[in-house]
Design a protein around this ligand. Structure first.
Ligand SMILES: Nc1ncnc2c1ncn2[C@@H]1O[C@H](COP(=O)(O)OP(=O)(O)O)[C@@H](O)[C@H]1O
Ligand SMILES: [Mg+2]
Length: 339
């Protein structure tokens, strides 16, 4: 029998780390549940598994690769020195060394992180995207006339709703200017300003490199938000349990979608996945208008893999238990062709 591959689970930490750090205490905490879940699943699958968390020192990774000689990196490193735009650079390092790793390659990560470039590519291929403009720091802040209110102001290259609050929703030029300036100065990020799409918020989880499988669709429900208020997955909406409770924010399986609409959504999301050169696994975020027009909001390659997150929940609904899901991701990582 062929020997089981050796797997190095790679994480990032918020402070400098060491080669032999024992993370078993961290694994018990909410903030490390993805890492803990993945390491446990890799163990169950019988892979010889070791892990390493890095902060800002690639030399540590080089040493670990040298001593452990893994066949595959299970990549959960999504930042470097707490900068979330550097996920692609870590993957570039792995690619340069010819290493096999799970999830998305550097090109896909880069395209998806840039909320402007991804929308230009998809718009070119006639996938519906919100009208938008990008405003880099240092440039005069002016709304182009074609961009109609209400508008949502977002950091151009961020994730996890950093910089997104109810104040991101603007209805006149003064609010527009103020919020753009706030993101430029306080969040030290360029801006993308998008027309606000009113509609259901859907999350589509997809697994695969070439042949893709789309899992049952999840939806974020804003149960207690009054009908005329904007419905936005803000930072607090994502991370503050109190806030979620107050506004009745719940993630659940999308109900009552016409089967033809579901087919359209799945087809569209698979096209998006290929057009943005994603490998491994990703969650595509959409808004669907009352007339069933599907709008792309964002693609998330390497989405959170904790068992209670949307991706794992969708896979489970399709019959893929957590451990099996991790095994599929490992296999896809071993097979992926990297440039
Ligand atoms: N154009 C838009 N129209 C309506 N809602 C939007 C739009 N863009 C973003 N949102 C809302 O803001 C949330 C976060 O935006 P997103 O681009 O996904 O940022 P992040 O990468 O931080 O998750 C979305 O989940 C959605 O609720
Ligand atoms: Mg998002």
């Amino acid at each position: 029998m062929k020997k089981k591959p050796k797997v190095l689970a790679l994480f990032t930490a918020g402070a400098p780390t060491r080669l032999d750090d024992d993370l078993s205490v961290e694994f018990e905490t909410e903030g490390w549940k993805t890492e803990a879940g993945v390491v446990a699943a890799l163990g169950e699958l019988g892979y010889a598994t070791e892990y390493l968390a890095i902060f800002d020192d690639l030399e540590l990774l080089r040493q670990k690769l040298q001593s452990f000689q893994p066949d595959l990196i299970f990549n959960l490193a999504d930042e470097f020195k707490q900068n979330r735009a550097f996920d692609q650079n870590i993957v570039s390092f792995l690619e340069m060394h010819g290493l096999a790793f799970t999830g998305c390659g550097s090109t896909g990560l880069m395209l998806c992180k840039h909320k402007g470039i991804s929308k230009k590519i998809l718009g070119y291929h006639r996938i519906r995207v919100p009208e938008f403009v990008t405003i880099p720091r240092g440039k005069r802040i002016k709304r182009p006339k074609r961009l109609k209110f209400p508008i949502l102001i977002k950091p151009l290259k961020e994730e996890a709703s950093y910089g997104i609050s109810q104040a991101s929703f603007v209805e006149n030029d003064d609010e527009f200017k103020e919020r753009v300036l706030f993101i430029h100065e306080k969040h030290e990020n360029d801006v993308i300003a998008e027309e606000y799409i009113e509609g259901r918020e859907l999350y589509v989880s997809i697994l695969g490199n070439h042949r893709l499988q789309a899992f049952p669709i999840r939806e974020l429900i804003f149960k207690e938000v009054p009908p005329d208020e904007p419905k936005i997955a803000t930072y607090r909406a994502k991370w503050d349990a109190e806030y979620q409770k107050r506004w009745g924010l719940t993630n659940q399986f999308a109900e009552g979608l016409d089967p033809a609409v579901v087919r359209d959504i799945e087809r569209t999301c698979k096209r998006i996945y290929h057009l943005l050169t994603i490998d491994g696994y990703a969650r595509i975020d959409l808004r669907v208008k009352p007339n069933n027009e599907v709008y792309f909001i964002e693609a998330n390659p390497n989405p959170f893999l904790a068992a209670d997150e949307d991706f794992s929940q969708s896979a489970l609904k399709a019959g893929l238990g957590y451990t099996q899901l991790i095994e599929r991701i490992v296999r896809l990582g071993l097979k992926a062709v990297r440039e």
